[in-house]
Write a new protein. Structure first.
Length: 300
């Protein structure tokens, strides 16, 4: 049988991968997401990414930014990272353009499915994955399947209140949420507010923390503690076997991971003290592979 394609549509890039039934990534193509040009351009870029793989596919799976109705493949809502993306009939548009079955879900849900299929959560049935980058998204797998909730909105791990964010505006329009103090942009902004030499990226803040910069260490530790508190509370509610952390902020090293784990452990109920929190293993390929898993499920 022909392989399938997995697509990861984000605000800055769109990645497509050719994947066989064993999960082997045979070929990959990445191109910028033309977000500013509107939804039609974004869909066209996804079609182009699949065609650039250079081989017919049996089906396509998509992990897209935004809230997705997996039953219809429609984008229910989205942030300004993809202007006008809400309302896009993504499954319909891609099926018309590519002529094969298409399955669509949120990109963080696809990330979790990838890790559960081939990565750090392989063999686990109850998993919480949190992606910490520009925002903080989550996905819960229950008995191996994504929990979408009644309105397909389940997974917004960054919008759990935490003490250190009280009064801090969040991107959602509310205040006091973990994302407001623990996301990548929030950490970079917190460092800038400390009046130190400007840093061009979070990676630079992380490097300075590793070199002993007290301001950088404080910012990473404060954000990590807030996230750990939020994740501990979520685990007390959901009881997963394993918590995985992905996304670019996870590359900040032990100055971030140590306080994250400490704050997480401090929140857990006694029966949950053995729940492990660790990084995912698939990196940037996780969502592509998880989307491909959706496609293989549709084929089968």
């Amino acid at each position: 049988m022909s392989p399938v394609a997995g697509i990861d549509i984000g605000g800055t890039k769109t990645a497509a991968g050719l994947v066989d039934s064993n999960g082997t990534l045979l070929r990959r193509h990445t191109l910028p997401t033309p977000a500013a040009d509107g939804p039609r351009a974004v869909v066209a870029a996804a079609v182009r990414a699949v065609r650039e793989l250079g081989e017919p596919v049996a089906a396509v799976g998509v992990g897209s930014a935004g809230v997705v109705d997996p039953a219809t493949g429609r984008i229910v809502s989205a942030t300004d990272a993809l202007p006008g993306w809400a309302g896009t009939e993504l499954r319909r548009d891609l099926e018309q353009a590519l002529g094969v079955p298409v399955s669509v879900d949120n990109d963080v849900h696809a990330h979790a499915l990838g890790e559960a299929w081939l990565g750090a959560a392989a063999g686990r049935r109850h998993v919480l994955l949190v992606a910490v980058g520009t925002g903080i998204g989550g996905s819960q797998l229950i008995d191996g399947r994504v929990h979408h909730g009644a309105r397909s909105v389940a997974g917004h791990a960054g919008h759990v209140p935490v003490p250190s964010a009280v009064g801090v505006p969040c991107t959602c329009g509310a205040s006091g949420h973990a994302e407001a103090v623990a996301s990548g942009p929030a950490l970079l902004a917190a460092y800038a507010r400390r009046g130190v030499a400007p840093a061009s990226s979070l990676a630079e803040v992380s490097a300075r923390a590793g070199a002993g910069d007290p301001a950088a260490r404080h910012v990473l530790r404060t954000g990590a503690k807030a996230l750990g508190e939020a994740l501990g509370g979520i685990v007390n509610m959901t009881d997963p076997e394993l918590v995985l952390v992905g996304g670019g902020v996870g590359n900040c090293g032990q100055e971030w991971w140590e306080p994250l784990r400490d704050a997480f452990a401090a929140e857990l109920l006694p029966p949950l003290k053995d729940v492990e929190l660790r990084p995912g293993s698939l990196g940037g390929d996780a969502a592509v592979l998880g989307a491909a898993r959706l496609a293989w499920e549709a084929v089968r």
